[in-house]
Design a protein around this ligand. Structure first.
Ligand SMILES: *Cc1c(COP(=O)(O)O)cnc(C)c1O
Length: 371
């Protein structure tokens, strides 16, 4: 296989069980948007449900429809903005939707109704309404519309991953206040706010349902080593050594000659590039694992290939050897958190970047083999 994303669904199941145990008073809604953060939406959803998730959340109507087509029957929340056509699709997929305007609630009623959650923007400044009175009115409007079922009240944190930041506490207080007000006239609603970071950081954010995404896949929302919280990364990315060339002192590798050998060395070519989601920012700026050892990426990552310096003695590397770009090989390990630091981004972007050109393979457990 040229390049492969291997997903250990057993790890997703265990991560979700761990998260559920940390929020014992809440239902767990596993966020499987963006193709399950690049891990495969229906496979991730199935693993999450086995791990104890009661709900699933996605961003788009098509994502909800994809889960239904895979035979998944759990409640699904579509969290994103919806056009009229997308709303119709979400409703036909029997998904819950989120409202923050009178226009949307009216449109929902006109389409025959459905299950809705009202979103108060307590400071994220993205989707929702910052107008608490409007949010309360929308809840009332939904309760009064005969075909609409008001299911939940929600918000989303902007800084839950910044430990010690007090803006999080302000958002939490604003949401608590509002839900108490609404509960006085509409009791029994599902209140939900916590993403992975909030879930792990403060049980006061758990309310009735938690919405972790990234941590379900074994990534640390704080950008640290996930093992510190008992999380297991579910994704591994591998390729192989397709070509080994001798490179004399003064010779170069790749577009733009950004690597020129100072001394004679061997260059291995790995057939994965930025069109596969292995970012160009890793040019001269990452390490790969071969036979349990780290080797530096040298030269510019191109669309389809990456070159690696095997050293003056060739490092004992042979044509066809497996290359790990993300994951473990023996005692060596490459985390998406490390790649994120190198790329100046977050682990979320690393795992969601691997493109459709890279096939996915699913393992029940990564330990031991079936490579
Ligand atoms: C993506 C998302 C989540 C999950 O966030 P993580 O940081 O991945 O846990 C929860 N809620 C909303 C509204 C989201 O958009």
């Amino acid at each position: 296989m040229r390049a492969l994303v291997s997903v250990n669904v057993g790890a997703i199941e265990r991560n979700v069980a761990l998260l559920a145990a940390q929020a014992p008073t809440a239902l767990l809604c596993a966020v499987v948007k963006a193709d399950g953060y690049g891990h495969g939406s229906s496979e991730a959803a199935t693993a999450a449900l086995r791990g104890g998730a009661a709900w699933l959340a996605v961003s788009t109507a098509v994502e909800a429809q994809t889960l239904r087509s895979a035979g998944i029957e759990a409640p699904i929340l579509v969290m994103g903005a919806l056009t009229e056509d997308e709303l119709k699709l979400a409703l036909s997929a029997e998904a819950d939707v989120v409202a923050w305007s009178e226009f949307f609630v009216e449109r929902l009623a006109a389409l025959g109704g459905g299950r809705v959650h009202i979103k108060l923007d307590t400071g994220m400044g993205r989707l929702g309404t910052r107008d608490r009175e409007l949010a309360t009115r929308l809840a009332q409007q939904a309760v009064e519309a005969p075909q609409i079922e008001l299911v939940g009240l929600m918000t989303h944190f902007a800084t839950a991953d910044e430990l010690g930041d007090s803006f999080f506490d302000q958002q939490l207080a604003a949401f608590s206040d509002w839900t108490e007000e609404v509960a006085a006239t509409a009791p029994g609603l599902i209140r939900h706010a916590a993403n992975s970071a909030a879930l792990l950081r403060d049980s006061a954010s758990h309310f009735d349902l938690v919405r972790p995404g990234v941590a379900c896949y074994g990534l640390d929302p704080f950008g640290r080593d996930p093992a510190g919280r008992g999380l297991e990364p579910a994704m591994e990315v591998s390729s192989y050594v397709a070509c080994i060339e001798q490179c004399e002192a003064g010779e170069s590798s790749g577009y733009g000659r950004s690597f020129i050998a100072e001394q004679a060395t061997f260059i291995g070519t790995v057939p994965i590039g930025y069109a596969d989601g292995w970012k160009r920012v890793f040019s001269n700026n990452a390490e790969l694992l071969i036979a349990g050892r780290r080797f530096p990426v040298v030269g510019n990552v191109s669309m389809d290939n990456t070159t690696v310096d095997l050293g003056a003695d060739g490092g004992g590397v042979k044509l066809g050897d497996r290359v790990t770009l993300l994951g473990t090989d023996g005692d060596a390990r490459l985390l998406s958190e490390e790649l994120a630091t190198r790329a100046g981004t977050i682990n979320y972007e690393i795992v969601t970047s691997f493109s459709a050109r890279v096939p996915r393979r699913y393992l029940a457990d990564a330990l031991g083999g079936d490579r």
